[in-house]
Structures are given as C-alpha cells and as structure tokens.
Design a protein around this ligand. Structure first.
Ligand code: FAD
Length: 458
C-alpha cells in the first residue's frame, strides 16, 4: 500500500519511519526546503522541550541514541523574580525526571535521515499540497519555485501539515465536521541570550528559564553552544506599541538587559508569532484520509507538550494499524477513539499552564504548594505523583493523569480538613477553660465596680 504524508514536521517525519517499518511505501510532501541543505542562518530554528512521551516514541523507532548528544538537559525551572532572586524549581522528585531541549532542525534532520534510509520512503521538499480528493486519496501538489503542479495517487493521505492543515480543510469541506479554533490574544517573538565572550553560558544552562509577569512573560530554552533561545510572550497589540524594548523589559525583568545584548535589534527584526489551539472532529475520512499532530489537536505551547503529543500520536496510530491489518478505516477510527479524549484534556491543561506561568509562579503560596507536591512524591513514591510529573515524565494518558491528580487533590484537601478538625478537637478543653476564665474575670470586674459605688457586689 502507498501512503502520502503531507508535512515533514515532527509528526510527518516520525510517522514516515513507523509506516516504513510496517512495509508501506511512503511519499512525504513538504512545502519547505530540505532542512539538511540550509545553512544555519537560513534555517533559524526554535528549540523545543522534549519529554517522556516524545522520548518514548523516538526510542520505539530506535532514534534516541542518535538524538541524546543533540539535546541539553533541563533539570528544572529557574524563575527570575523582580528583586533579582532566581529560585530553582526541580522538574521532578526523582533523578531522571527532567526535560531535554532540542533544536527543531536537529530533530527533523535526524528523522528525515532515518526515514530516508528505510526502503520505500521518498521525501519531496518544496512541494505544497493545494488540493485533495478525499474519496480517492488523490492529492494535488505544486512545486514552490517552479509552480509546476502534479497529481499524487495513493491508498491514503495523512495530513501532518500543522495547525492550519490544508488536508484537514479539504477533508472536512462540505461535511458535518466540528472545528473549534482559538487564537490566543498573546503572541510571541524570539530573543537570544548568546554565550558570553569566552564561550561560557551567561546564566545557568541546564534549566528552563522563566521571567513571569502579568503583562509580559519570557521563557528560555538552552542550546548546546551555551546560548539560550528566549521567547517573549506579550498581548499581540503590545508588540507594536513598545517603542523602547530595553526600557520595557528593563523595568519588568532588569537582568534581561545584561543577558540579551541584541535585544533592541532582535525585537525590531523578528516577526510576531501567533498561538493557536484547535479541537476538531472527525480526524479521518473512511480509510482514505487521516490527520496527525497539530493538524488535529494544536495546543498552546505552555505545557511543552505539542510536539511530544504529536510524536505520541504516531505510536498510537502505528499500534492501531498493527491491530487492524489491511483495514486502514478501522485503524483510523480506533486511533481517533483512543486519542482524542486525551488530546482534548491536553488542550485544557495547556491553557491553564499559561495562567500558571504568567500569574502564579511568583506567588510564594504556589511555590510552597509545588514543594509540598515534590515532598509527597518523594515520601510516597509511586503513590503520590504530581500532575506535572505524570504529564511530562510519564506516558500515562493525559485524561487519566488529570483524573488521578484530581483524586490526589481531593485526598489532600480531605487530609487538610481532617487535620484542622483534629486540631480544633484537641484544643476544645483549653478553649472551654479560657471561656470560663474570661467569664469569671468579667464577673470579678463587675463586683469590684459595684463595691466602689457602695452597691451590693452582685
Ligand atoms: P508542524 O511542526 O507544524 O509541521 C507541519 C509541517 O507541514 C511543516 O513542516 C509545514 O511546512 C508543512 N506544511 C504545512 N502546510 C503544508 C502544505 N499545504 N503542503 C505541504 N507541507 C505543508 N512542543 C513541545 O512539545 N515542546 C515545546 O517546548 C514546544 N515549544 C513550542 C514553542 C512555541 C513558541 C511554539 C509555537 C510551539 C511549541 N511547541 C512545543 C509545539 C510544537 O512546535 C508543535 O506542536 C509541533 O511542531 C507539531 O508538529 P507537527 O508535525 O504536527 O506540525
């Protein structure tokens, strides 16, 4: 069988590896140029936090040994507070519960190399999908430079073409499909923290750095060359209003001025990116078309799970294909049934984490709660697992993780209430004695006053 994959991002390239392993012929069409042929400037790359789900998928396909040397560990969050303190919040209670920063370009080129080395996989870069017949799985593609159009036939088309998927648009066109899209009122711009003149890192390298704030937020991932790539998040309209970015950031996050020597230039030159969240259904049309990754569930990036969940999708789809040999329709239906409830929950969690990063990180109460969570996780290994740990350091399905975290919260609240009640009960005799004493004292004062006035004491 021949499968056409549209999009060579994390999902499309990993899926090509999986499909090749099952013996499919795979043709991948990607509108961008081959990332292996671009020099560093041309392929300016964002870095992404790789965590347990992505690692499990990449291990499954045999690629993590190649990728480890291309990653930088992030052992926790370094939170930059306005007074200059930078408390460090570990990512997990146990060693190994950490994230790994990887350049998107490094990840994709490794995946493309691996996929291309499999028999039956061909990449067609610079080809954009412009049309699709969902009944026959026939795609229409156009070469980005020459404009030459061609028709691609296959047994099925899989849309791994990101949040604004054209495959999705053609697949849903004219059908009773659901599509819920939100564009966050905040956008983002990339800013660099370069290595210092002597090549060392200007700040702690093995951490995700966060500058939390109500009207601006910066997050920075480390790179292997000791630089960090920062992402400044602001309400979209603010980007245009800020005349002096150094003054703006200097007022809010004073240490960024030393860390970002090219701030003004990069602020002026780098484009504003937009953040989109998508929930949609169906994810497939019969046995002919299916969606994967951001194409069917784009989330805001604040939980660092968009790519990880896209990679996990590939593992789930691969298993479904394996469980339904020769029946792609059944495999696609099973894949949506198994996966969508969980990616819907991830969408909610990613929205909540925006509020956490922006508003709550500075709160001492929140930091205390995080510490308590880690202490409980250490004291009760395997029995108390914080939500963040389940999402980032395990492959527990997202909705199951949330349900368990809610049960733990209920227990914690119950335990808190029990401690409070027990405290009251223990204190009850002392309180009663106090009440009796204060009544006695009041009566004594009254008697004294009446005696001074020459009246009977009572
Ligand atoms: P994409 O990466 O969007 O890839 C789609 C591919 O399809 C692209 O190569 C595109 O060129 C191609 N394409 C599009 N249209 C067509 C067409 N018509 N024809 C042919 N090709 C086409 N996720 C994490 O897990 N961890 C993080 O730390 C993290 N940080 C992020 C930070 C930011 C600022 C943003 C915006 C996102 C972040 N994400 C993160 C999310 C992550 O980038 C995405 O979830 C992930 O890239 C989705 O992979 P994908 O392959 O589904 O789609």
């Amino acid at each position: 069988m021949r499968i056409t994959v549209v999009g060579a991002g994390p999902a499309g390239t990993l899926l090509a590896c999986y499909l090749a392993r099952r013996g499919f012929r795979v043709e991948v069409y990607e509108r961008r140029a081959d990332p292996r042929l671009l020099d560093e400037d041309e392929s300016r790359s964002i870095n992404l936090g790789l965590s347990a789900r992505g690692i499990a998928a990449l291990t499954d396909i045999g690629l993590m040994d190649t990728l480890w040397p291309l990653t930088v560990p992030m052992r926790g969050r370094a939170i930059h507070l306005p007074g200059g303190a930078v408390p460090f919040q570990p990512y997990g209670a146990h060693e190994g519960e950490i994230l790994h920063s990887v350049l998107r370009r490094d990840l994709i080129t490794t995946l493309v190399d691996h996929a291309e080395a499999q028999p039956g996989v061909t990449f067609h870069f610079r080809h954009r999908l412009v049309g699709l017949d969902r009944e026959t799985a026939t795609a229409r593609v156009v070469h980005e430079e020459t404009g030459a159009a061609s028709t691609v036939e296959g047994d099925a088309v899989i849309g791994a073409d990101g949040a604004f998927s054209q495959v999705r648009a053609h697949m849903h066109h004219g059908l009773r499909a659901e599509h819920h899209q939100e564009i966050l009122e905040w956008g983002y711009k990339e800013l660099t923290i370069p290595a210092a003149g002597d090549g060392s890192a200007r700040t702690r390298l093995e951490a995700l750095h966060v500058w939390p704030g109500e009207d601006a937020l910066i997050v920075a991932h480390p790179n292997r060359d000791n630089s960090l790539t920062g992402t400044l998040f602001l309400p979209v309209e603010r980007f245009g209003e800020i005349a002096d970015p150094e003054e703006f950031l200097g007022e809010r996050f004073p240490d960024t001025l030393d860390l970002m020597p090219h701030l003004a230039k990069e602020y002026a030159e780098h484009p504003v990116g937009h953040l989109v969240s998508i929930r949609t259904s169906p994810w497939h049309h019969r046995d002919r078309v299916a969606l994967i990754g951001d194409a069917c569930h784009a989330v805001y990036p604040f939980y660092g799970q968009g790519m990880n969940s896209a990679l996990e999708d590939c593992t789930v789809l691969d298993r479904c294909v394996g469980d339904h040999p020769g029946d792609l329709g059944a495999a696609f239906a099973e894949y949506q049934r198994l996966r969508k409830p969980h990616t819907d929950v991830l969408d909610e969690l990613s929205k909540q984490n925006f509020v956490e990063l922006r508003d709550r990180l500075r709160s001492p109460l929140h930091l205390l709660r995080k510490k308590a969570d880690l202490l409980l996780a250490r004291a009760l290994p395997g029995r108390w697992v914080p939500l963040y740990t389940m999402i980032s350091h395990t492959t527990v399905p997202y909705a199951d993780a949330l349900a368990r975290a809610r049960r733990q919260d209920t227990l914690l609240r119950g335990a808190g209430a029990a401690v409070a009640v027990a405290g009251l009960l223990a204190a009850a005799p002392a309180v009663a004695r106090l009440v009796r004493l204060s009544r006695f004292a009041r009566r004594a004062r009254l008697a004294q006053r009446n005696t001074r006035k020459g009246e009977p004491p009572c």
